[in-house]
Design a protein around this ligand. Structure first.
Ligand SMILES: C[S@@+](CC[C@H](N)C(=O)[O-])C[C@H]1O[C@@H](n2cnc3c(N)ncnc32)[C@H](O)[C@@H]1O
Length: 412
């Protein structure tokens, strides 16, 4: 029997004021007023945005050592990544493989300033009445002393404002290079984590084309993890990053590791073997309710982010038992939406991935019914359950008698 704790969930504006105070202790001239902070931080934010995504100039640099870049990271990317991680935790919970322990051990590889810690804390706050873990033992490792200092500082402040967080144990360690930890994984074997998290870190470690080094690393991590554990990998939503994850997933599947999310099936990834056709890649999207400061930063840095895209994999250790499938194959068909519902003349369509491969689901206006009305609500990343299962081809027409259930990825 778990003992629920009193909870006042950490909201993102409250987190922002703590992070702003930490950034100001490092940069005393940093303003407190959102528009002025945005003016001060928009250039480093734009540098970060470009340098970590399309241009990728920063990926092999110690960019968090620069106080302005660190401040931009803290106020913009940390909350954004925390939200992405939270949504993946909710997905793991829905699938039914979230660890059922009083205290779960989390190892955050490349934890930076602690987006993972924020995500787990907020997630447990929200699911407190359930049978989930009551507390975490979070261990973060990273090479950036600056990032770890910020994590320690905000955690210290959080424990002052939220005394209930004192039940969580948090320790962080500076390491030279994650690749060495992966090669000699005593950090993992000694800690025996229930969950290993790697958020926005592998794309900084491995060359874009080098899928085999990436897959070898994951294999090594999985081998060092306890039998009933999970590895969560979160990467940018860019096509090249998502495609690489799809190819890594294929290697892991061949080696017998179970991929719980985003895949709804255990067959070959159709995105890896496809030839030609409409270009889709496997990524998800979550809504982002930005604070006034983040809106001002977006405006100044020239970003237009109403939602946060990313790609991810949740890999289960061989010993982890998957609960009975609530959508039994044969009777139903469960697919993942690679696109939102797209409007075209006389119809709606959505590209999906399932055990029979890629398909374009099409709902013609004349076939709309009460059973399939949720088609219009499909968002990228959602699971779609079709009943009856029926056949699926490159194009699948949804008739008025086929029920469509949409299970939102972007749900808490
Ligand atoms: C984009 S940040 C992500 C931080 C955090 N996981 C998040 O989601 O916000 C990447 C992190 O990986 C760390 N990192 C990159 N390469 C590393 C390496 N070779 N060894 C250790 N840490 C590394 C960086 O210092 C940085 O903190």
């Amino acid at each position: 029997m778990k003992t629920p704790h009193a909870s006042s969930s950490l909201d993102l504006p409250a987190l922002e004021s703590i992070l702003l105070a930490i950034a100001r202790s490092d940069i005393p001239r940093l303003s407190q007023e959102p528009k002025a902070v945005a003016a001060q931080l928009s250039t480093p934010l734009a540098q970060l945005g470009r340098g970590l995504t399309r241009e990728r100039r920063l990926v092999r640099e110690r960019y968090l050592d620069d106080p302005l870049i660190m401040a931009a990271y803290l106020l913009y990317y940390l909350p954004a990544n925390a939200l992405r991680i939270e949504r993946v935790l909710a997905e793991i919970h829905r699938i039914g493989v979230f660890p059922q322990e009083d205290c779960i051990r989390i190892l955050d590889l490349g934890c930076g300033s602690g987006a993972g810690l924020v995500a787990f804390t907020r997630f447990l706050d929200k699911t407190v009445a359930s049978s989930l873990a009551n507390a975490i033992h979070y261990r973060g490792i990273d090479r950036s002393a600056k990032g770890l200092d910020c994590l320690r500082a905000f955690w210290t402040k959080l424990r002052e404002t939220h005394p209930e967080y004192r039940r969580h144990e948090v320790d962080v360690r500076r390491i030279g290079d994650i690749r060495r930890v992966i090669l000699r994984p005593t950090e993992i074997t000694a800690f025996r984590p229930h969950i290993v998290l790697a958020s926005y870190v592998f794309n900084e470690l491995f060359e874009d084309r080098d899928v085999s080094a990436f897959a070898d690393a994951i294999h090594k991590i999985m081998q060092a993890m306890p039998e009933e554990s999970l590895l969560i990998i979160i990467e940018p939503g860019l096509e090249q990053c998502a495609d690489r994850l799809s190819r890594v997933r294929e290697r892991l599947r061949e080696e017998g590791w179970a991929v719980y999310s985003p895949c709804t099936h255990e067959e070959t990834c159709p995105l890896v073997t496809r030839t030609g056709g409409q270009k889709q890649w496997c990524h998800q999207e979550v809504r982002w309710k930005r604070t006034p400061l983040q809106q001002a930063l977006d405006g100044r840095a020239g970003f237009r982010r109403r939602s946060l895209a990313f790609s991810h994999l949740v890999i289960g250790h061989r010993g982890l038992r998957r609960p009975p499938d609530p959508y039994p194959p044969g009777k139903t068909r469960c697919v993942r939406a690679l696109s939102p519902a797209l409007k075209a003349k006389g119809r709606l369509s959505s590209y999906v991935c399932g055990e029979e491969g890629l398909s374009e689901l099409i709902l013609q206006h004349r076939d709309r019914s009460r059973l399939n009305e949720s088609f219009k609500a499909i968002r990228r990343g959602d699971k779609i359950v079709l009943e009856p299962a029926g056949d699926m081809g490159a194009k699948t027409l949804i008739g008025p008698d086929r029920t469509i259930q949409v299970i939102g990825f972007d749900e808490e």
